[in-house]
Write a protein that binds this ligand. Structure first.
Ligand code: UT7
Length: 332
């Protein structure tokens, strides 16, 4: 009997454009040797990171996000008047409120639609894709900008060598457009998303301040080894669940685009999932960990260098503070 989904047209969220922006200033591992007791070989060997971009004075998260959003719109051949939803994933908003997404909306000159932020730390972009996909699938909205934008350099304790060498700033964005699909895995667009969280792990990765507690912004704190173990041990579940839901396997995948925190985590996860190393997009060497921005930055890099092409099957996966974790399987 034919799968019922094959006969029913459904709305798919298709990526019709992508773009990114990185601040001009590049900070190398060598530069960090002057700030904390660390070394280029240690950072490269433990994380794969060689350099990261750091936002300049006045370059807030919404400034970076706006530049990425404009690039994504230009890539799609669209203007802001074509968009009715702006979702910005960030843990480093310009202000406690209003939402950074509304500042990007204003920067784009939009007076229509809805804009809001998603707070799922490094999993934010995957949460953003899942959320926008549900808005588009319901028929309530038609074209969404999904942005990941961060200025983690502003919440880093620059005296803590265990964290300050890991992070960078940047932004990436995609435009999702609702198009009719068949429901089969051969459709272009988001095929399935899997989101998880487990708030019992707060202490392992958190910021030690906030408006409702300390009335300060606070600094990032991390128990690196615990996060590492959780990342490699647990998050592969959401990737396997996505494969099962869509009826595809690791072999069908063209590209694995995981959150870029650490080369060793990325490679261990790919190996565990049976995903060939040449299918893994890695940008952590040049970007560091840009939290919610890392996946759209990696997507844009792979698209610009010609690897990522229309029709490719792509798996996104991330884990972040909370813990939150999730996957999104899509056909580009
Ligand atoms: O975005 C999502 C969340 N973040 C992550 O996914 C990060 C997950 N964790 C990691 O990537 C790794 O745990 C780190 C890269 C943070 C650390 O690597 P590790 O292999 O787990 O190192 P470690 O924490 O066990 O530290 C090993 C040694 C320690 O010295 P002792 O106690 O052995 O003498 C640290 O004090 O390395 C020392 N160390 C450093 N040495 C030079 C820690 N940071 C540095 C540093 N430079 N920057």
């Amino acid at each position: 009997m034919a799968d019922k989904r094959d006969e029913c047209p459904i709305r798919r969220s298709v990526v019709v454009g992508c773009g990114s922006y990185l601040p001009e200033r590049v900070v190398t591992n060598k530069d960090l040797e002057a700030i904390v007791e660390t070394s280029d070989p240690w950072i490269v060997q433990r994380t794969g990171i060689r350099e990261r971009h750091i936002a300049g004075e006045g370059e807030t998260t919404s400034v970076l996000g706006l530049k990425a959003a404009r690039a994504a719109l230009a890539d799609a051949g669209l203007t802001a008047s074509d968009i009715d939803l702006v979702v910005c994933a960030t843990s480093t908003p310009d202000f406690t409120f209003p939402a950074t997404a509304t500042q990007i909306q204003a920067g784009l000159g939009m007076e229509q639609g809805a804009a809001f932020d998603i707070q799922a730390v490094c999993t934010g972009f995957v949460y953003g894709i899942a959320t926008a996909d549900k808005f588009l699938a319901s028929g309530s909205h038609h074209r969404a900008l999904v942005i990941g934008a961060e200025t983690f350099s502003r919440i880093i304790d620059w005296t803590d060598r265990g964290t300050c060498v890991l992070f960078g700033d940047g932004a990436g964005a995609v435009v999702l457009e609702a198009r009719e699909g068949t429901g089969a895995a051969s459709d272009r667009g988001v095929l399935t998303t899997k989101l998880r969280s487990d708030g019992r792990h707060r202490e392992k990765l958190y910021v030690d301040g906030g408006p409702g507690s300390t009335r300060t912004t606070g600094h990032l704190r991390m128990q690196g080894q615990d996060v590492f173990k959780f990342a490699v041990g647990k998050v592969t579940d959401v990737v396997r669940d996505a494969f099962a839901s869509a009826g595809v396997t690791a072999e069908d995948l063209d590209w694995f685009v995981p959150h870029q925190a650490n080369r060793r985590i990325i490679e261990a996860s790919a190996d565990k999932l049976g995903i060939a190393r040449e299918k893994v997009v890695i940008t952590v060497e040049r970007h560091g960990n840009t939290s919610a921005a890392s996946i759209p930055l990696a997507l844009d890099a792979a698209r610009k260098d010609g690897r990522l092409k229309e029709g490719n099957l792509v798996m996104l996966e991330a884990i972040g503070g909370g813990f939150t974790w999730g996957s999104a399987l899509l056909r580009w």
